[in-house]
Design a protein around this ligand. Structure first.
Ligand SMILES: Nc1nc2c(c(=O)[nH]1)N[C@H]1C(S)=C(S)[C@@H](COP(=O)(O)OP(=O)(O)OC[C@H]3O[C@@H](n4cnc5c(=O)[nH]c(N)nc54)[C@H](O)[C@@H]3O)O[C@H]1N2
Ligand SMILES: Nc1nc2c(c(=O)[nH]1)N[C@H]1C(S)=C(S)[C@@H](COP(=O)(O)OP(=O)(O)OC[C@H]3O[C@@H](n4cnc5c(=O)[nH]c(N)nc54)[C@H](O)[C@@H]3O)O[C@H]1N2
Ligand code: SF4
Ligand SMILES: [Mo]
Length: 734
């Protein structure tokens, strides 16, 4: 695909904005209200309207946007200058949303697969025909196998309404959201069991004296307002401690970088806590007042000396002590970051517990720099589907496993159930805004699950790897063309004036071709499945207004307020949380009461551990076909240590493929990045590349798909989330 030079130049600016060092400059500009791009010549916006009320969904952070629209065509996206969240700043992906909107490869019409699953031959059909077929097939499954005969794989704002329909009206328990079982579910439930709240990313980094992150590579993972908080903290003089086997963007800015052996973080945390306790360097007052089970906890972690952890984690004992001392000296004003992507090694619930306990020992709750609970705004309405069925128990509840599981059903249980028909058949599958092929480990198993279905329906905006397996493929209006759920939040650290904001996604332009929104699609489906009486709203605008109404807001009012309603907020400090250092509930469920370290398999001889993560220029697979982003980062370099590269006879830029320890080949190739910034026994690649769908004409075969090589999954016993980093590869020269 040809990309003209001016756009390339523009993207260069945008992509620099995404990397961690220059982002601070962009942020500073944004705060002064001067985000500039060299692309747009002055005066060319004469006839251009600014449309407010947009909300980004190039990732799930949902920054607030405005669009420059001329003759109904979106010419440029900018941050909403009224935003007290992202401000007028967007990341590179946010800027590039326009190339998703007008991607010629996008889904335009409902399609029926006349070929095989995985090797589709598409025929354009009418909405009427498509919905009739979906309704008929899904109803047939429910009639024959009950509501548990359906599995659903949702993700993102547009999957919310349909997800509630399938859960509460149809009654399927087999719902697996990517954001839980392959992302942050394990973190949320570990903290929930420890402090009674899911942590979100509510750490007050802007006001912290120390920011402590395990595998948090701020600046490569980007959520604009969160990245701003991190940068503001650094500007304010916070010390930065980063624990990561890789020299990440944030490791490059750190005061202390601990290059830990993968999967051993819990051991390090236990030793740090034991050291703080033994040397009375913890916040005894806070622990006395708010701690539960401290004595049992103290006893349980007592074997963890600094030396023992140092050996396990392959780091100096003195460095563990140095970090512990730094945290103690600055407590309670320290940000113990809970992380986000946390399905790492299958021992992840315990790491989450240990992190939360560390924050507790330091008393880092409800204080500047510490963990602060989400505080409003509240008072919104809910759009509720009627409950037309008896609650069916999820697979893990029936089997009495994964007692700390996030909402829905653990993905692997759904897949096993579908493949074996035990304890019951699962014969229809609804995928809505998720790409299970690249999102869920063990691709072959996902494909086996899909192949045994009677019916597969996909709702998407692009033809991605999952859509190749659909029988009926429905095109959704993108986030720039539709109304959607509200985005609200609170702000005290980035803006002194206003503290709370409310916005709702509004279209910047009209949907083209035959793209529809979630309420239309789902209601039409419900009618055809015999559930018409349960429909709670007729249109997506009605849904948004119903949510806003109790807060005395509406679409109309938000439009009058440039898309964002601001109101005074509350003081975020002073909410001190209880901490379960030792949990009797967990013991009753058969898990350790105190955080416990479980070692993971070592790297087999001759192999390297496959690590993966974000890159600033892409979101998973969803941005791969975006011409601007692809142009800036067409493939994912394979990070490999100098010494390992020498041993394998590799030099920078060599083209390679990979094969994993179970003999699965990557299929596609990428280039080697030789660097001292990674452990000798690991490689690292960005996630989401290597798409196989030829309908993605920009991205097909570009780079290596990490998921293809993740065939071993380590299921977290407490939550059923998928640990994905116990996979080992060999490099094959291309
Ligand atoms: N191996 C490995 N696996 C991972 C990860 C990893 O790093 N490595 N990361 C994990 C994490 S943190 C997450 S959050 C998940 C993400 O998992 P997913 O959410 O599955 O990832 P995406 O690539 O965003 O794919 C979402 C699908 O939604 C489509 N889509 C985009 N916008 C819309 C829309 O507006 N409407 C509809 N209907 N569809 C839309 C995209 O085209 C794509 O097909 O993956 C997890 N899985
Ligand atoms: N640009 C961009 N930003 C994003 C996203 C995106 O797709 N693109 N996605 C968003 C989403 S949904 C999520 S969940 C977050 C994810 O963002 P993060 O929570 O930061 O997760 P990853 O990107 O997977 O982080 C991987 C880091 O962990 C390190 N690591 C690997 N193994 C270990 C280990 O055993 N111990 C330690 N301490 N570190 C280890 C890796 O080397 C890497 O630097 O990013 C969000 N932000
Ligand atoms: S962080 Fe970037 S991609 Fe994510 S919502 Fe904000 S602008 Fe969009
Ligand atoms: Mo995620």
């Amino acid at each position: 695909m040809a990309i003209n030079l001016t756009r390339r130049k523009f993207l260069k600016t945008a992509s620099i904005a995404a990397a961690s060092v220059p982002l601070s400059k962009v942020t500073a500009h944004a705060e002064a209200g001067v985000v500039k791009t060299p692309l747009i010549p002055k005066g060319s916006f004469k006839d251009t309207k600014t449309v407010t009320g947009g909300i980004c969904e190039m990732c799930f952070w949902r920054c607030q946007l405005v669009g420059k629209v001329r003759d109904g065509v979106l010419k440029k996206i900018e941050g909403n200058p009224k935003s007290i969240d992202n401000g007028s700043a967007l990341c590179a992906r946010g800027n590039a949303g326009i190339k998703l909107l007008y991607d010629p490869d996008r889904l335009k019409y409902p399609m029926k697969n006349m070929g095989k699953r995985g090797e589709p031959k598409w025929k354009r059909i009418s909405w009427e025909e498509a919905l009739d077929e979906c309704g008929k097939k899904l109803k047939a499954t429910v009639d024959k196998h009950g509501p548990e005969g359906i599995a659903m794989f949702p993700h993102g704002a547009s999957a919310k309404y349909p997800m509630h329909y399938f859960e509460h009206v149809v009654g399927t328990p087999n719902v697996s959201e990517a954001s839980f079982f392959q992302c942050r579910g394990v973190r949320d439930y570990a903290w929930l069991s420890t402090i009674g709240a899911a942590p979100g990313e509510h750490v007050d980094m802007a006001n912290a004296k120390v920011i402590f992150g395990l595998g948090c590579h701020f600046g490569e993972n980007i959520h604009v307002s969160h990245t701003k908080r991190y940068l503001k903290g650094l500007e304010n003089g916070a010390k930065l401690v980063i624990v990561d086997p890789r020299f990440s963007a944030s490791a490059s800015k750190a005061d202390i970088w601990m290059q830990i052996k993968p999967g051993t973080d819990t051991a390090m945390l236990l030793a740090m806590m034991n050291y703080l306790v033994e040397n009375k360097k913890f916040n005894a007052e806070y622990v006395d007042e708010y701690g539960e089970g401290f004595d049992e906890f103290k006893e349980a972690i007592s074997p963890w000396t600094l030396e023992k952890a140092a050996k396990e984690c392959d780091v100096p004992a003195a460095q563990i002590k140095e970090i512990a001392d730094l945290l103690a000296a600055n407590a309670p004003n320290v940000s113990i970051h809970p992380g986000r992507f946390s399905s790492w090694y299958g021992n992840d619930f315990q790491r989450g517990r240990a992190l939360a306990c560390l924050a507790g020992l330091l008393g880092a709750f409800g204080v500047p720099g510490g963990f602060v609970k989400g505080i409003g705004p509240g008072g919104f309405g809910k759009v509720k589907w009627g409950h037309g069925h008896e609650a069916i128990k999820a697979l893990h509840r029936e089997a009495k496993v994964h007692h700390q599981s996030p909402a829905g059903t653990p993905t692997d249980l759904i897949r096993d159930c579908a493949i074996t028909s035990k304890p019951y058949p699962i014969k229809s599958c609804v995928v809505w805004g998720q790409n299970p092929i690249q999102t869920i480990p063990n691709q072959q198993k996902t494909i086996d699950m899909l192949m045994q279905m009677d019916f597969v329906m996909c709702v998407d905006v692009m033809p991605t790897d999952i859509t190749m397996y659909a029988d009926i493929l429905l095109p959704e209006a993108s986030y720039l063309e539709r109304y959607d759920y509200i985005k609200k939040g609170t702000q005290w650290d980035l803006s002194a004036k206003q503290q709370q904001y409310v916005s709702a996604r509004m279209p910047l332009v009209e949907a083209e071709f035959e793209r529809k929104d979630q309420v239309y699609i789902c209601n039409e489906l419900a009618k055809r499945m015999g559930n018409e009486e349960a429909i709670p709203v007729q249109t997506i605008e009605e849904m948004v207004d119903k949510i806003l109404e109790p807060a005395s807001l509406s679409i109309k009012k938000l439009n009058e307020e440039d898309g964002i309603h601001l109101q005074p907020g509350k003081d975020p400090y002073g909410d001190f949380l209880d901490i379960n250092f030792f949990s009797e509930d967990l013991v009753e469920q058969g898990y350790p009461g105190a955080p416990t370290y479980e070692p993971i398999p070592d790297v087999p001889k001759g192999y390297l551990r496959l690590l993966f993560g974000r890159s600033p220029l892409h979101s998973f697979n969803r941005t791969q076909n975006n011409a601007w982003l692809h142009n800036a980062m067409p493939e994912n370099p394979v990070w490999i240590h100098d010494k390992t590269a020498k041993l394998l006879g590799l030099k920078d830029g060599d083209r390679i493929s990979m094969v994993n320890s179970e003999g699965v080949e990557s299929g596609t190739t990428s280039h080697v990045k030789v660097t001292p910034g990674i452990r000798e026994d690991c490689v690292f690649i960005a996630h989401g590349h290597g798409t196989q769908n030829a309908a993605m004409t920009v991205a097909k075969d570009a780079g290596i798909d990490d998921q293809k090589l993740v065939t071993i999954l380590a299921v977290d016993p407490e939550t059923g989330c998928h640990g994905m980093r116990n996979n080992f590869i060999k490099i094959v020269k291309a």
